[in-house]
Ligand binder design. Sequence first.
Ligand code: AMP
Length: 417
Amino acid sequence: MQQHIDTYDFTGKKAIVRVDFNVPLDENFNITDDTRIRAAMPTLKKILEKGGSLIIMSHLGRPKGVTDKFSLSHIVDHVSAKLGVPVKFAPDCQKADAEAAALKPGEALLLENLRFYAEEEGKPRGLAEDASEEEKKAAKAAVKESQKAFVAKLASYADCYVNDAFGTAHRAHASTALIAKYFPNDKMFGYLMEGEIKAIDNVLKNAKRPLTAIIGGSKVSSKLAVLENLVGKVDNLIIGGGMGYTFIKAKGGKIGLSLHEDDLIPSALTILETAARKGVKVHVAQDAVCTQEFSNEAETKVFSTDNIPDDWEGVDAGPETLKMFKKVIDESKTILWNGPVGVFEIEKFSNGTLTVARDLAEATAKGAYTLVGGGDSVAAVTKMGFADKVSYVSTGGGAMLEAIEGKTLPGIAAILE
Ligand code: AMP
């Protein structure tokens, strides 16, 4: 049975909390962006306030084994400063019995990077490249077998389990999903997870209509499942950025050198047919800022997207398109945005993406519910200073994408089951 952090009695209890402290570090191990650490603080502080102690666990990067570069020891001081208590450190997440047992109410312990062990992800390591299918199968079975003891050890440290790591909620890993079964009556979401789940439900389950999704980014192939799920749910689907050109070409447009995927034209046509059948309006760019060179010094010209010259490439939404996007956004009560509508990393081509960020902030001020997810869109609203002017900024790119594909995330299911 799922518990709630507000009502659960943490007095004298040890809580093992999965957080996402996978923060970027520079070459001197300074944290360059501590958003994820700050995002977990409400949950961690609440447990301490309520008389519990903390066993904090996370991954950092993608180590293939024990590597100083990916040691969570580098962030202990920062976590202590944010939490307001000195955080102890267990240098091996599988040998922390004594440190966990010694924890008193109000104290906190951070376990070393869970991914120093292959058992966290349950994927075999060190397999020879020419390993046979049988060898691969045996290695997978072996790691799955040893994973049981790995999870049991983590669970043995604590009285209750809290999952606050939305960034890894789409993974069925030891610490994000498997551990929950050790705490059938003492498991719960942290506040960050709860906020993310509510935000997604506000769009996918309880949306005020009209509901608009703006999906941008480079390729249709990476967001095909997202488009296929959303086309059955939204009133308006704006397809922007590089992925829009596959749709424009599918409709007979002349797109010059613009990014597109010919093999996905049939899928694009199916999405357009489904949309037409369901009365969903699909909006693609009518005009584009085009270039012949990816640089800030490049010459740019605006062309209609059905008539881009052969040696030009669309890299940003054009002025007519942005007017159309704004009209759709202004008429919507709920808006989901994932993916840039241009090559926004190059300032000269960033106007479209930054304009969408501003449009969303304005729509929010007028009462619309706006959810922004995905690294690039989040970067755009942050760069414009609008992160707190939209309704919710998701912290998990991949997890959010899978949620809007309509998938059940293992990290969420494990708490609800
Ligand atoms: P994604 O990871 O799929 O969300 O894609 C993000 C990437 O899409 C960013 O790096 C953008 O530069 C790229 N992108 C957006 N619009 C275009 C475009 N018109 N042509 C090429 N790349 C684009």
